[in-house]
Design a protein around this ligand. Sequence first.
Ligand code: SAM
Ligand code: SF4
Length: 484
Amino acid sequence: MTEPTPQPKKLFIKTYGCQMNVYDSDRMADALAAEGYVATASAEDADLVLLNTCHIREKASEKVFSELGRLNALRAERAAAGSREMLIGVAGCVAQAEGEEIVRRVPGVDLVVGPQSYHHLPELVEKAAGRPRNLTARETAERAARDGRVATDFALAEKFARLPLPSREATRARGLTAFLTVQEGCDKFCSFCVVPYTRGAEVSRPVADVLREAQALVEAGVLELTLLGQNVNAYHGLDAAGRPVGLGELLRRLAEIPGLARLRYTTSHPRDMDDGLIEAHRDLDKLMPYLHLPVQSGSDRILKAMNRRHTRADYLRLIERIKLARPDIAMSGDFIVGFPGETDADFEQTFALVREVGYASAFTFKYSPRPGTPGADLPDQVPEEKKAERLERLLELTTEQMRAFGRACVGRTLDVLLEKKGRLAGQLGGRSPYLQAVHLDAPESLIGTIQPIEIVAAGNNSIQGKIVTDSERKAASLVESSAA
Ligand code: SAM
Ligand code: SF4
């Protein structure tokens, strides 16, 4: 008689928050793939469920606890039905910020792992699988740290050295674009932000590490790389000679990788946009003309209270310099309304700044007081209704600007990376250089190529295009040369 083949263990990761968490979720999946875990699309089907959490705003972290309640119920149902066991883990910034408190609050949680400790995941899972059940909540919490099921140390260099690179197959399955974390943590301490506490001090990965990972991604078919960091333009990784290298130089080295077509990076702080990076925008065709550069507020008084270390004028001057280097660059930004002490006049300055810059895309947030940050203890917290009112006005303006940017693209021919099938038959979906979603009718054989696409219409959240035929291209270049 032949032995039945063991079923692979199934892993479901639910990701909350920013792109860095998306990247981390993939790396956790890679680490667990080595232990025989395969990805599955739902918690219902999983042997291990990981919530990769976000702590940036209160709403984001509260969502995690309601999801944990649902997972606990699911596990109880399974146990009652006598089906296989399910382990529940909490990763990410809530894990880092709350640590053992999570196990105290939700005793069903089997493991807690902070962002710098993902290389410990296989051991944590093993320990969690063997943990005694049916303990009281108090016993569970008391034993959690002792059992080694809570890992929240800061050991970034070790994490990257020990996490395996994704397999070619895993990279292919993730698509033609990939994230690559080059820097983590932040030393800026903006007074509203938890990142310096949850992700720790700023650490950059060595240049050779980044190049190796980028090369592997490109060899597996990735065409577009987005470099990630909480404060990515503070990157200062060491090169082979032990010399610190800035983000501009890193981008230049990455641009030399044959087969890599596009580069992006996010998220940047205005103070760290140095000359080298601006020159990279001037010189590198592969670096896309789109820059996410959060300002948070247009009022100097509020910027000071936020400890942003730049003024409104500094920010505007910086954009001028960037546009001189790369005139077709499109701007994106983050804005917080209702920071403590923000008056109507302060808000009007933010509104006016948005008008002046004209953003291709923007992310607007109501200020959320985060325990442990200086902002949370400031007097003059802005009432919720006031925040909501300001958010609505700003959102209306930024949405209109995004749509106007889309309309202004109509009639232009943009290079579009064709990534996947669209929702309708015969349709493909891709991204413009400005990160807009583009839909068009085109054959599937063009997936994985970059094509010149004429933009014919702009919708609310995407733009539509059509393939530029060879004869149209020839006709266009004739017009251009006769005009010259
Ligand atoms: N490093 C980036 C920078 O300096 O602009 C920002 C990274 S942060 C993860 C993403 C965005 O979340 C911020 O730009 C800010 O707009 C928003 N954010 C951070 N803390 C917040 C808070 N307490 N309340 C509301 N929004 C917040
Ligand atoms: Fe947070 Fe960005 Fe400020 Fe750092 S620079 S504290 S990540 S908002």
